[in-house]
Write a protein of this length. Structure first.
Length: 317
């Protein structure tokens, strides 16, 4: 039997410390639903999993030609795992998903047909399932203005949108040729999208069917306010600043975005962190980055600017 040419690769990083049974259950779910989609492959990259664990999971799915499982012992973060996927996948097109995300497979088949006629970046609609289930919405309602904007890089910096790479249909050659890869830390999507839209100047084509459901896990590392969360988030924006300086991009108000981020983080730390010792430790890190990244002179345009100015003047501690 001749194996079909792989057109689309769907890459999912998996936290290697998750229970083996939970990982197998998720892969089983994808394999069961994907049987009739012969030109797609599903890559699962186990980040920080023991070799024995990876081998056992691989053996279970040996007969599934469109499932590829990779893993490595040291925990290097989802960005590193996605980079492994980019380098090892066979598809011309790539979709990134998170572990808890779901796929609507009948619409995946429609996307494959739809995308073969397109050379543009495709943004796929998806449902957003928030933990409360009260404010669930869909991606296009939140991001449609960004997709239609002619100044996407500016929009990424200045507006509040979903800065996530999931459910885009990327061209693999475009990523590899431009050396657009992920940073190893969390909040890796921010710099990846900044780099991508620095090079990509064309329109975004919209796939309006729901390709899947984004499940927000309340226990995610990016929801828990701790030292890693704080440093990785601030480092992500610091690296954006470095990228802008390296590319000599001057017509962007990064400082306004930084002030907004520092305001949001200050509120998060003081409202969500319950223990005094942890709160104090996080605020020490906060002020270190605050003093390093923020300019002292700026025009006050928002309530967040006003708040940041009070911190600078030591009116808020």
């Amino acid at each position: 039997m001749v194996k079909p040419n792989i057109y689309l690769s769907i890459i999912t990083p998996i936290k290697g410390s998750l229970k083996k049974e939970k990982i197998i259950e998720k892969i089983h779910e994808r394999s069961r639903l994907s049987k009739n989609i012969s030109n797609c492959e599903f890559l699962f990259i186990l980040d920080g999993a023991k070799e024995n664990k990876v081998s056992k999971i691989k053996r279970i799915f040996l007969s599934m030609d469109n499932l590829k499982i990779f893993g490595y012992k040291k925990n290097k973060g989802p960005g590193f795992a996605r980079n492994v996927g980019i380098k090892r996948c066979k598809g011309n097109k790539i979709i990134f998903l998170d572990f808890d995300d779901e796929i609507i497979f009948k619409n995946l088949r429609k996307l494959v047909s739809f995308s073969r006629k397109e050379k543009l970046l495709i943004a796929c609609n998806y449902k957003i399932n928030l933990p409360s289930n009260k404010n669930s919405t869909d991606n296009f309602k939140k991001n449609i203005n960004f997709y239609k904007s002619k100044e996407k890089l500016n929009y990424l910096i200045n507006k509040s949108i979903n800065r996530e790479v999931i459910y885009y249909l990327f061209d693999k050659n475009e990523l590899v040729n431009k050396k657009i890869f992920f940073d190893k830390n969390f909040f890796e999507d921010i710099l990846f999208l900044i780099k991508f839209f620095f090079y990509y100047k064309k329109k975004i084509r919209l796939f309006k069917n729901y390709l899947g459901i984004k499940i927000y896990n309340k226990n995610s590392i990016t929801k828990e306010i701790n030292k890693k969360y704080l440093i990785d988030k601030l480092e992500a924006w610091k690296k954006v600043d470095y990228f802008f300086k390296k590319k000599k991009l001057k017509n962007f108000n990064l400082q306004s975005r930084f002030r907004s981020e520092f305001y949001n983080i200050y509120i998060e730390i003081n409202n969500k962190v319950k223990t005094k010792k942890l709160r104090e430790n996080l605020m020490q890190i906060y002020y270190k980055y605050f003093n390093n990244m923020l300019e002292r002179k700026f025009e006050i345009q928002t309530k967040k600017d006003k708040f940041i100015q009070k911190i600078i003047k030591n009116e808020i501690l």
